[in-house]
Design a protein around this ligand. Structure first.
Ligand SMILES: Nc1ncnc2c1ncn2[C@@H]1O[C@H](COP(=O)(O)OP(=O)(O)OP(=O)(O)O)[C@@H](O)[C@H]1O
Ligand SMILES: [Mg+2]
Length: 294
């Protein structure tokens, strides 16, 4: 997994002032001395930036060190892999958060925070792609987990009513989900919290209706999304492929922002370009594209 269309990274905005300070954690981890911390803090004060950003600018630590310190600060749980109450192997960020495979996802999360999260008024985005099997569900599940690990109250909605997957990734019941919510047969409280110490909630797709598109196009969807946007710090929506149905387009228009996934040796360039155009033509803010190298 790699980012495309890079812009320079500066680190700011990650929530850092809860509990112990990042500086204290980095000292404890042997990454900084107390002398470093004093210098960085002075620099941060004069520049009006956060401690982490100052430390990176001064080249005292790498961005990665900040991520590790944040994980430590937030003390998030490592979820079980497989079995009763465990997540599927694919949700690697939940069961193996410090593995190397998660590094590119961390970089992507930082990019999203910098390019979009810090400035977005409505913190809702779809993860979408041109064609089937490009890794949308995989990315949506792992990103949602990783934002929750930062302490962000995060909701993952499985709005792929054609090939619902999130209930399997998070091992939750799929009998009541988004479809029931849209038809008024359930309330918003049906989103499931995945772990008591992780602020991650998943709303599965629910029973597949005969008319998913008609359901998603109902004005009530926008109202529900507004409620969720007010209730959660971040809402991530898994969608069907753009080439498959108009569902993804409807979902992206409602969300307002989109992350595009393309898969190496799979996605045709023309299809990706056409998919991006379809979204931008409908006024969707395409935050960026992610190249899935898997
Ligand atoms: N970066 C990755 N690392 C590991 N496995 C991946 C990665 N990306 C995708 N996969 C695997 O590839 C398969 C397809 O991924 P996924 O289901 O996320 O795609 P999708 O775009 O949601 O597909 P669909 O069109 O079926 O909804 C899955 O088995 C998933 O485990
Ligand atoms: Mg999928």
């Amino acid at each position: 997994m790699n980012k495309v269309a890079d812009r320079p990274i500066t680190l700011r905005g990650a929530p850092q002032d809860r509990g112990r300070t990042i500086g204290a954690i980095l000292v404890e981890q042997g990454r900084l001395t107390t002398h470093d911390v004093d210098e960085i803090q002075r620099f941060a004060n004069t520049q009006g930036v956060r401690f982490g950003e100052a430390a990176v600018q001064m080249k005292r630590i790498a961005e990665h060190d900040i991520e590790l310190a944040l994980a430590h600060q937030y003390n998030y749980p490592i979820l079980a892999r497989g079995g009763q109450g465990g997540v599927a192997d694919d949700v690697i960020a939940a069961h193996q958060p410090q593995s190397e495979a998660v590094e590119p996802l961390r970089a992507l999360r930082s990019q999203l925070i910098l390019r979009w999260f810090n400035n977005a008024t409505r913190k809702v985005f779809v993860v979408t792609s041109a064609e089937r099997g490009e890794g949308r569900s995989w990315l949506a599940a792992n990103l949602a987990t990783m934002f929750a690990q930062l302490g962000e109250r995060t909701l993952l909605i499985d709005a792929d009513m054609r090939h619902a997957r999130q209930h399997r990734l998070f091992n939750i019941d799929n009998s009541v989900g988004l479809s029931a919510l849209l038809t008024g047969r359930a309330g918003r409280e049906i989103a499931r919290r995945i772990h008591p110490q992780l602020r991650l909630y998943v709303l599965p797709a629910g029973i597949i209706p005969p008319n998913p598109q008609e359901l998603l196009a109902r004005p009530v969807f926008d109202v529900i999304l507004d409620h969720f946007a007010a209730q959660f710090g971040l809402v991530i929506i898994d969608t069907p492929a753009i080439s498959e149905t108009a569902d993804a387009q409807i979902l992206a228009a409602n969300a307002g922002s989109a992350v595009m996934v393309a898969r190496r040796n799979h996605t045709r360039q023309a299809r990706l370009a056409a998919a991006v155009e379809i979204l931008t033509d409908t006024g969707v803010n395409v935050i960026g594209s992610v190249l899935n190298e898997h």
